[in-house]
Design a protein around this ligand. Structure first.
Ligand code: PNS
Length: 180
């Protein structure tokens, strides 16, 4: 009887889950954030959209509201391996405590790079945590939460920059603030 050729079928190898974080203020999450989170979700088994608690930064939305908007937007986009969390303190501490393989960030313009490279080098130096940069889709490269809020506050149309959930929440919050 002739020898059977070795199977070339891929072997199932058990390996630890590959988890990444996409950190940000997400005040509110916009389509540029969503694009980076969605692309990270194709590379990693699990992506945590991590809202940062920064007491020195005044936000339009509470931490819970920001997380809820990320959750609703991820569900709207059908991203079933994205979950949300929040933290204060050092990002690298969160990464080491939660078995996070990498921080994933989007790079829009050169000024982003100048700021981000220092943080990524510091994070690598103090904790060995890697940062992966994804270049922002040019369609979103000029979008930031601050600009979206500024345009919307002054009556501009920001519908195309936000998910339905984030747009509705922003309009509602601006109306509440105008009435207050
Ligand atoms: O959306 P933002 O505000 O531009 O996000 C910036 C953020 C929150 C990702 C960045 O400030 C950060 O990573 N903060 C975590 C605190 C920390 O670890 N600081 C040391 C960096 S070397």
């Amino acid at each position: 009887m002739s020898a059977q050729p070795e199977s070339s079928a891929p072997q199932s190898i058990s390996r630890p889950i590959r988890r990444a974080v996409c950190p940000g203020s997400f005040d509110p999450l916009h389509n540029g954030h969503l694009d980076i989170i969605a692309r990270a979700a194709q590379i990693f088994d699990e992506v945590i959209a991590l809202s940062l608690v920064n007491p020195s930064k005044k936000t339009l939305f509470t931490l819970e509201e920001r997380q809820q908007l990320v959750l609703e937007t991820a569900a709207e986009a059908g991203l079933d391996n994205v979950r949300v969390d929040s933290m204060s303190g050092l990002l690298v501490d969160y990464c080491t405590q939660n078995n996070v393989s990498a921080i994933v960030k989007g790079l829009r313009v050169a000024t982003d790079f100048d700021y981000e490279i220092q943080m990524s080098q510091m994070n690598h130096k103090i904790a060995g945590v890697e940062t992966l940069f994804l270049t922002t889709n040019p369609e979103h490269s000029y979008i930031s939460s601050s600009l979206v809020k500024e345009v919307a506050t002054n009556g501009g149309d920001v519908r195309s920059f936000l998910s339905r959930a984030a747009y509705d929440a922003l309009m509602k919050r601006l109306a509440e603030n105008a009435d207050a």
